[in-house]
Design a protein around this ligand. Structure first.
Ligand code: HEM
Length: 290
């Protein structure tokens, strides 16, 4: 269910497909967000929340990182999430006094939660509960600026650093935004805490078994602490779901054909691109014959 609607919306097989066939490039791709759609709830809620609970029990320091001075922003975020769940009649787990507010908030929603605060010079990550990172290490990123966080991303400094910093400076309480990121991975596991740049994907025999992973991200400004909350919600599906969607196969093929070797290295796609393009080509000619 998206908040504000009456029914649960199924996310399977894939809720978003943000590839349009245009050449690969880094974009902000921000869209206006209706706050009634801030958090998304679907049929995977119980399973994902149980996985978060287990990660918090067994791998706490891999999924939680906070700076002490982030407490006011964490409280404001927890209150905001509590209200959003309450208004929509979603069950809320009790809060123990010993628990960090951001941890309580994150284990009640499917989203991962990050708080960015301005230190007078730059925006920095001051608190986060991220159970489902897509091959990055939260402990490395805590306290870092936006530019430092995105250090491994090819062309971020040249193409995105100043637009993103300007956007953060200007983001107002009443104009929240959302955007989508996507990737192809060799696993449908959501908790991927080790950085990808150094690791090539393993090719399955059937490339339809690769995972298409979409991150839906939202950015909202909190009025009291002035912090910015960045949420990340993951959707995954096997690539073979695209076989029923010829337009999507063609778009993915056209975009992947333009990926540079630098981007392929970052994504771990160097050995994958050629076989995947052939697979997509076959899939699009089979689609055309049908
Ligand atoms: C408008 C805001 C933002 C934009 C446009 C943006 C854009 C991007 C892009 C294009 C990538 C590369 C993804 C890929 O190709 O797989 C990326 C990666 C990443 N982003 Fe952002 N991002 C934004 C905000 C943030 C914020 C607030 C955080 C805070 C935690 C963040 C954390 C990350 C991390 C951890 C990665 C992976 C970096 C790595 O490989 O080590 N992003 N981002």
């Amino acid at each position: 269910m998206t908040f504000g609607q009456d029914e649960w919306v199924s996310s399977s097989p894939l809720r978003y497909f943000p590839v349009d066939g245009r050449p690969w490039r880094l974009t902000m791709g921000l869209r206006p967000l209706e706050m009634s759609n801030w958090l998304e709830v679907d049929e995977r809620r119980d399973e994902e929340i149980a996985q978060k609970q287990s990660l918090l029990e067994h791998s706490y320091s891999a999924v939680v990182a906070v700076e002490d001075n982030s407490h006011p922003a964490q409280l404001e975020l927890a209150q905001r999430i509590g209200n959003a769940l309450d208004v929509n009649g979603i069950s809320i787990q009790p809060w123990s006094d010993l628990e960090l507010p951001i941890v309580w908030a994150a284990r009640n929603v499917q989203e991962d939660l990050c708080i960015m605060e301005h230190d007078g010079t730059r925006w920095r990550l001051t608190a986060a509960c991220v159970c489902f990172p897509s091959r990055w290490d939260l402990q490395e990123k805590i306290g870092q600026t936006l530019l430092e966080i995105h250090g491994p991303v090819p062309r971020y400094r040249e193409d995105l650093d100043s637009p993103v910093e300007d956007f953060f400076n200007r983001l107002s309480v009443d104009r929240p935004k959302w955007r989508l990121n996507w990737t192809v991975l060799d696993t449908d596991e959501l908790h991927l805490p080790s950085p990808s740049a150094r690791r090539a994907l393993e090719l399955p025999k059937d490339l339809g078994g690769l995972t298409f992973r979409v991150e839906r991200q939202t950015l909202i400004r909190l009025p009291l602490s002035n912090a910015i909350v960045f949420t990340i919600r993951n959707y995954t599906a096997p690539l073979r779901v695209l076989l029923d969607r010829p337009g999507h196969v063609a778009a993915l093929k056209d975009t992947l054909e333009t990926v540079t070797s630098e981007v392929a290295d970052y994504k771990g796609w160097s050995d994958l691109l050629l076989p995947l393009l052939l697979w997509l080509n076959d899939a699009s000619s089979e689609g055309a014959e049908r």
